[in-house]
Design a protein around this ligand. Structure first.
Ligand code: PLP
Length: 377
């Protein structure tokens, strides 16, 4: 099996598995319990928090552990909504993950200002700057890198504009963390991170918040996480997430780029979405020259190559990707889109085999007669 869907999820690394197993064997006590075993887990939890803070370049008390990116993103948008003064708005990019987009769509229309992207998949920085300097923006939410296209967003520039104008900034860095250096993320007010995208367990993540963001939590209950997030902390998952991040390796774009060149040679008429933009080194979103994407994905999967039609979250829903729509890509072209995403352990041989498998599938689909009335998938 050749897995090429790492933007969807990453297998738990062996370090992360060991850390999780050991913690569940030895340090499974409730960190809020009043006896020694509980306080020992509390100490370890705070050590893990300090390590995360140091990796991100922020203060330990600014790290809130939670159940993952969906919770983190919902928390940030909810907090912005609750703290937004009348007449001000929250600026959200039109390519955000559904865990930002859906809570934003549920807010009063006058509270939200959407900001689009160009055909390159990059958010309109000039518009963001104009909106922020006009003084009507309470907070901004723009992701670090898009999960579908891999296109990197100018989050550092946005952070600078926000900082100089006192505007809150939230950055969903789920696809960035573990692939690129996260040292500078700590300067951003709100940062979402998610363990299973970099080799940690599912259902675990964190939200970096600015100090003293009172009542940030969307969960009501106990006073865990310094009162910022109710619910017993899952120390084994948290230490496992840290172990995964500690061994995450940067990915070289050379292999992905060679694959794109080779694939274009084997299957003519392929388009790379955001091909001229700065992208995550592991991601390739391709518009195939013919045939609906589900047919490509099914045929490739039968040959042992696991790729996706876009984001895993969007694939259960009908209709073309809103990300591609925001980039001005026609619905018909969007229906032919296939996303390939690798890890640092994907070697050139695996990429070559994938290119050849695409070519075989292309020939197979072309050879079939649509006039039979039955379209095989
Ligand atoms: N944000 C981005 C950019 C993502 O890619 C994902 C998952 O695909 C999420 C948020 C949500 O992650 P989860 O479903 O693990 O909460």
């Amino acid at each position: 099996m050749h897995y090429f869907d790492y933007n969807s999820t990453v297998p738990v690394t062996s370090d992360a598995r060991t850390a999780w197993t050991n913690a569940n064997a030895e340090h499974w006590f409730n960190p809020s319990s009043p006896y020694l075993q509980g306080s020992s887990v509390r100490v370890r939890l705070d050590e893990a928090r300090a390590s995360f803070a140091s990796l991100l370049g922020c203060q330990p008390k600014e790290i809130i552990f939670n159940s993952g990116a969906t919770e983190g993103n919902n928390t940030a948008i909810n907090y912005f909504s609750r703290t937004c003064e009348r007449g001000k708005r929250i600026l959200v990019s039109s390519i955000e993950h559904p865990s930002v987009r859906e809570p934003a769509l549920r807010l009063d229309k006058e509270k939200i200002q959407w900001v689009g992207v160009g055909s390159d998949g990059v958010v309109d920085l000039e518009l963001i700057q104009d909106q922020i300097t006009s003084g009507c923006i309470h907070a901004v939410s723009v992701m670090a890198a898009n999960n579908e296209t891999g296109v990197i967003q100018p989050w550092m520039e946005i952070q600078d504009i926000c900082r100089s104008t006192g505007t809150l900034f939230h950055c969903d860095a789920v696809q960035w963390i573990g692939k690129l250096n996260c040292k500078d993320l700590g300067v951003v007010d709100f940062v979402t991170g998610c363990a299973h995208k970099f080799g940690g367990p599912k259902g675990c993540g964190f939200l970096k918040i600015p100090e003293s963001s009172d009542h940030v939590s969307i969960l009501q209950g106990g006073a865990q996480e310094g009162g910022y997030r109710a619910g017993t902390e899952d120390y084994p998952s948290i230490i496992s997430m840290l172990a995964a991040l500690n061994v995450a390796n940067p990915i070289d774009s050379k292999l992905r780029d060679s694959f794109e060149t080779e694939l274009s040679r084997l299957v003519s008429g392929i388009e790379v979405v955001g091909g001229d933009s700065l992208r995550l080194a592991n991601t390739s979103m391709l518009i195939m020259p013919q045939f609906e994407n589900h047919r490509w994905v099914n045929r490739l999967s039968r040959r042992g190559f696991l790729v996706s039609t876009g984001s895993a979250c969007a694939s259960a829903k009908e209709g073309p990707s809103y990300v591609l729509k925001a980039m001005g890509i026609a619905q018909e072209s969007a229906s032919r889109v296939v996303r390939v995403s690798s890890s640092s352990s994907t070697d050139s041989h695996a990429w070559q085999l994938l290119a050849e498998a695409f070519c075989e599938v292309f020939l197979e689909l072309q050879a079939e007669k649509p006039s039979s009335g039955i379209i095989a998938v």
